[in-house]
Ligand binder design. Structure first.
Ligand code: DHB
Ligand code: FE
Length: 285
């Protein structure tokens, strides 16, 4: 049986990828940020998954305004890093797991969540920056990845509650896959940031840290947060945090099991225009 062993939560700022690709990680601006991910890289080496179910958002890269799926699952055998205007990032291509992706698609759609099936898709910084932060700069990514793209770019976006419920359905789907696989689920994006308009540059440390507390101990309170609260408190792009709720909904404690163990917690401002938040939760069932 496949099992979800842990969840990882992290921001995905494109400038973080550029800092790595251009060899700037030791510069004073970046050093404290990357130091916060050193324990995570070691943890991932010690807890190497077979597959990561990676919840992220596409930033009008693979999907333009012509076609906007709310929840899209990557079922392809591989996914190339996208060209976001400066050429593709010099990172390995992403190897998928079509069999597990197809199984999850079947199970989750039969559980009444209408996913869009994607058989060809390039993946942008939303997916590759979390991989870089957690894995460094390997020749090949050390596990397979199922990309799961959520629309948080064009309104209307899905509610946090819906995201949480879909996470619960994903857990059920993974646990009904016959092969013994160690699966992690990653929720990415956030924390507070606003990239445009009168409040551009908004950061809300207090709200972000209260959110991290609740993500650990009271995730249902996060799931019940209305979307307007994210926009008001965490800025227009703070809405990316609903994606964390998919990963949190797939953890044992919110599906009748024991509480997770917090393996790492980190918060850092600034990284470009964004507050970087990061959690690793390990399942105890
Ligand atoms: C930034 C953050 C994002 O989440 C994003 O998608 C693009 C840019 C930033 O802080 O620069
Ligand atoms: Fe983003």
């Amino acid at each position: 049986m496949a099992r979800i062993t842990a969840s990882v939560f992290t921001s995905h700022v494109p400038a973080i990828g550029a800092a790595m690709d251009l060899g700037k990680t030791h510069e004073p601006y970046w050093q404290p940020l990357f130091a916060g991910y050193e324990p995570s890289k070691q943890w991932l080496k010690d807890n190497k998954p077979d597959v990561v179910f990676l919840v992220y958002n596409d930033h009008a890269t693979a999907f333009s305004l012509e076609l906007i799926p709310t929840f899209a699952i990557g079922c392809a055998a591989e996914f190339n890093p996208a060209d976001e205007g400066w050429g593709p990032r010099p990172v390995p291509k992403v190897i998928g797991h079509p069999e597990l992706a197809a199984h999850i698609t079947q199970s989750v759609i039969q559980d009444d969540f209408d996913l869009t099936i994607v058989n060809k898709m390039d993946v942008d910084h939303g997916l590759t920056v979390p991989l870089s932060l957690m894995c460094g700069q390997p020749q090949e990514w050390p596990f397979k990845v199922i990309p799961f793209a959520v629309n948080v770019v064009q309104y209307p976006v899905p509610s946090g509650r819906r995201c949480f419920q879909i996470g619960q359905a994903i857990r059920k789907a993974v646990e009904s896959f016959d092969e013994d696989l160690n699966v992690q689920i990653w929720g990415t994006g956030g924390m507070s940031h606003q990239l445009q308009g009168a409040r551009a540059g908004l950061i809300n440390r207090e709200w972000d840290n209260a959110w991290l507390d609740k993500m650990i101990a009271d995730p249902k309170a996060c799931a019940d947060t209305p979307h307007i609260d994210y926009v008001r408190e965490a800025g227009s792009e703070g809405i990316e945090l609903v994606m964390w709720l998919i990963a949190r909904g797939a953890m044992a404690d919110v599906n009748g099991g024991p509480a997770p163990t917090v393996k790492h917690r980190f918060y850092h401002v600034p990284a470009s225009n964004t507050a970087v938040g990061h959690l690793i939760l390990e399942n105890n069932a």
